[in-house]
Design a protein around this ligand. Structure first.
Ligand code: GLN
Ligand code: ZN
Length: 760
């Protein structure tokens, strides 16, 4: 990170802003209110009143903290993109027309027996999921500002003036999908008219400032987008309302002159992800434009380095003057937990380095007022963290330093490994397997919870696990699967289970972050060097292996997935942490192999979501990400077969990286896309083995043998027979046993039909 040349400018008092606050509440009140309403246990009024109380509390917190620009309309009962669609009158017609009622709102957001909800996808490179706008001709665009104005007035009734937040028109359009090839930009005039109407209504309410979020400006813009931006903002800046054009998650980069030219009253930049852009943005601004500098990280939980942040702010002040600089978080605080107060079990020292949403408000205020006491305390905490021996493991550092190219490559190339594996594993053509987990029944979850909370002894719990594993193996044998798994009954999720064994990880009690709707996740915190003091999966895998003569597959979560689904330390590069996890997994892989496990799957469902927003940065990421995987998997002998699994099918653009993983077998999701992605594998000449998922595990529907056989026939058109494995799309943990047995039986039948027909 480039530190701007420091100046002697002293910030006396800068204005402060927040860009958005977590909605769930300190105790996840919103989650429980939503779920109570959905299940019919409480009324709509109950839900609305919880939501109102939370908003009031959160505004007061921000006011008390001393934030000048406090957001409104950042709250949502489900998702802010869906709220924006309601606001501009662009919700999908298949859910009904006319004003959107609470129940219609939730029908669009949530699957029900009657109807499939709107599609959901990740909000840029965060783990927050938004509902994807559906664009087509004939959308009414009937503006509804009830929520927007309602929140504004609610805050005013509390004596708090807010800066309403809107998702900008271009981000809204471009994050949506055109139905049947429809070009979303064709709707630009309608969307502009809707936003003009909205801004006029805000102006009538005497609103002075609006935060207009256009994070799409931090990405590579598609063709036509820049002109669309110009057209839109030429219209929107005619309003007397002052617009803070808000970008985050990466640098504005080559969109800088465009962003400035739009002529908004101010621009917000993410100075945590991209501090180097500060100087060029400050220099490019028009004389009246303000600069909001995001120096407090909105999406991670570490304390801000005040001395570094102040140097950025000083540089901005030197360029623009105090009146034109605002201190802000890098992005909305939506992506961090509510507050640290409820964390009583974290090591005190680590706690001193953490800042959740409430504590981040205090940081923003302290930086704005150049609070000397806060700066002194901050410097002490920063120094404490830098000096902490708990974050550095010399043995791990040494190991990392000694790595050479042989640590990242299998002993032989795939073509030489596969005959050995074939001979040793004794598998038929079109081998059948599963992705790892088997149904996590209520009973399984009950035992795990009871054990975790100390209500069940380890002895009883482990006896239960052994029975579950044995039952699962007998089921797989009678279904006729070729490569078996133990079922993953001991695992709560893909990351926490491993993190609990590893050094360098800590766990919060209440560090919840919204993933979508009422769903929250509690990512582990990687605060120090990662190391594996003892084996994590060998006991259960080895036990499973001892019960059957068929090959048993060991199941691990890959380094990138563990990294992506944790809060990652920011005092060493992400790559270093990824490689440390890779080393820890290598130890596990070696132990599994030594225990006689000859098939090992290392899941990497999050490889793609780690991609940087800008394509120019992809290669660097993919290079170290692929190496992290190879570090974990390359030490095994030629006869040991490495599998990997990914839960999606948009592979075309990263196929060379997928091939570079050099896994002997990759399984992935294809059933819903009718094997479309196989074409990409063929075009690339993908050499290793592939298990294209032949049925969708997301639904309880049991496809028949013919349906799966048809998909396999499609696969056979593009792949060589020896390349094909037969498996479901993903793990079976969310399914019930009866449908699982039925579907897998049909799947194995499809495989034997394929064997018969290809022998003929
Ligand atoms: N092995 C994991 C399972 O079967 C993989 C889950 C995933 O890909 N998300 O549950
Ligand atoms: Zn999956």
């Amino acid at each position: 990170m480039a530190v701007p040349t420091s100046t002697s400018t002293k910030n006396s008092k800068l204005k402060t802003a927040n860009l958005g606050f977590p909605r769930m509440g300190r105790e996840r009140e919103l989650k429980f209110a939503l779920e109570g309403y959905w299940s019919g246990k409480s009324s709509a009024d109950d839900l609305l009143s919880v939501a109102k109380t939370l908003r009031a509390e959160h505004w007061r917190l921000q006011k008390t903290a001393g934030i000048d620009f406090i957001p409104s309309n950042d709250f949502s009962s489900y998702d802010q993109v869906l709220d924006t669609l309601v606001m501009v009158g662009a919700t999908p017609e298949r859910f009904g027309t006319g004003p959107v009622t609470l129940d219609r709102y939730f029908a669009m957001a949530r699957n029900s027996r009657e109807q499939t909800a709107m599609e959901m996808t990740k909000w840029f490179d965060t783990n927050y999921h938004y509902l994807v706008p559906e664009w087509s001709a004939g959308i009414p665009f009937k503006v509804d500002t009830a929520k927007l104005l309602g929140e504004l007035r609610e805050a005013r009734a509390l004596g708090i003036e807010t800066r309403p937040v809107l998702i900008g028109p271009l981000t809204l359009l471009l994050l949506g999908k055109g139905v049947d090839g429809f070009d979303p930009l064709a709707l630009l005039p309608n969307v502009i008219a809707a936003y003009e109407d909205v801004l006029a209504q805000l102006h009538a309410e005497k609103v002075e400032w609006v935060q207009i979020d256009e994070p799409i400006l931090a990405t590579d813009l598609r063709e036509g987008a820049a002109d669309a931006f110009r057209t839109a903002y030429a219209a929107l800046t005619k309003t007397p309302i002052r617009l803070m054009l808000t970008t985050y998650f990466d640098a504005i980069g080559d969109n800088l002159s465009l962003a400035v030219e739009l002529g908004t009253a101010g621009i917000h930049i993410d100075a945590v992800r991209a501090p180097e852009q500060l100087t060029s943005v400050a220099a490019a601004l028009k004389p009246t434009q303000l600069l909001s500098v995001g120096v407090v990280e909105g999406r991670n939980i570490w304390l801000t380095d005040f001395s570094y942040a102040s140097s950025l702010l000083s540089a901005a002040v030197a360029a623009l003057g105090e009146d034109r600089v605002i201190v802000a978080p890098s992005s909305s605080l939506l992506h961090v937990p509510h507050d640290l107060r409820s964390e009583t079990k974290l090591p005190a020292r680590l706690r001193g380095w953490l800042r959740f949403a409430e504590e981040k408000l205090a940081e923003i205020a302290a930086l704005g007022s150049a609070d000397a006491d806060a700066a002194t305390a901050n410097a002490a905490a920063i120094a404490d963290r830098a000096a902490a021996e708990t974050t550095v493991n010399p043995a791990v550092r040494l190991q990392l330093g000694l790595l050479n190219s042989s640590d990242f490559a299998r002993a032989s190339v795939y073509a030489d490994r596969t005959p050995i594996q074939r001979a040793e594993l004794g598998l038929p053509l079109f081998p059948t397997t599963t992705i790892g987990s088997f149904p996590q029944t209520a009973e399984v979850r009950k035992h795990r919870a009871a054990h975790k909370h100390g209500h069940e002894t380890t002895e009883v719990y482990e006896a239960f696990l052994r029975t579950s594993i044995e039952d699962c193996i007998r089921q797989q044998e009678s279904i006729g699967l070729d490569v078996l798994v133990h079922g993953e009954f001991e695992r709560n999720d893909m990351v926490e289970y491993f993190a609990e064994f590893l050094d360098g990880f800590a766990f919060t009690e209440n560090g919840w972050v919204q993933s979508y709707g009422s769903r929250c996740v509690k990512p582990p915190v990687i605060y120090g060097d990662v190391a594996r003091p003892k084996s994590m999966t060998v006991k259960w895998t080895e036990y499973a292996r001892s019960l059957t003569s068929r090959p048993m597959k060991g199941m691990l979560t890959g380094p990138i997935t563990i990294l992506q689904w944790s809060f990652v330390r920011n005092d060493i590069p992400r790559k270093a942490t990824a490689w440390q996890i890779g080393l820890a997994l290598r130890d596990e892989v070696r132990d599994l192999e030594a225990a006689g496990i000859r098939v090992i799957q290392v899941d990497e469902p999050a490889l793609r979501e780690g991609l940087p927003l800008r394509r120019a940065n992809w290669d660097v990421y993919l290079d170290w990400a692929v190496k992290a995987f190879k570090l974990a998997t390359s030490s095994v002998g030629n006869g040991t077969q490495i599998h990997t699994h990914m839960c999606y099918c948009e592979f075309d653009d990263i196929l060379p990286a997928i091939a570079a993983l050099d896994a002997d077998v990759i399984s992935m999701e294809t059933a819903r896309s009718q094997m479309e992605l196989l074409e990409a594998f063929r075009a690339h000449g993908y050499p290793n083995e592939i298990g294209p998922g032949v049925y969708d595990i997301h639904s309880p529907r049991v496809p028949d043998t013919a349906e799966m056989k048809k998909l396999l026939d499609l696969a056979l058109q593009v792949l060589k027979p020896e390349q094909i494995w037969v498996n479901p799309d993903c793990g079976l943990k969310t399914r019930g046993w009866p449908e699982t047995v039925e579907a897998l039986t049909n799947m194995c039948q499809a495989a034997s039909q394929l064997r018969a027909s290809s022998a003929a």
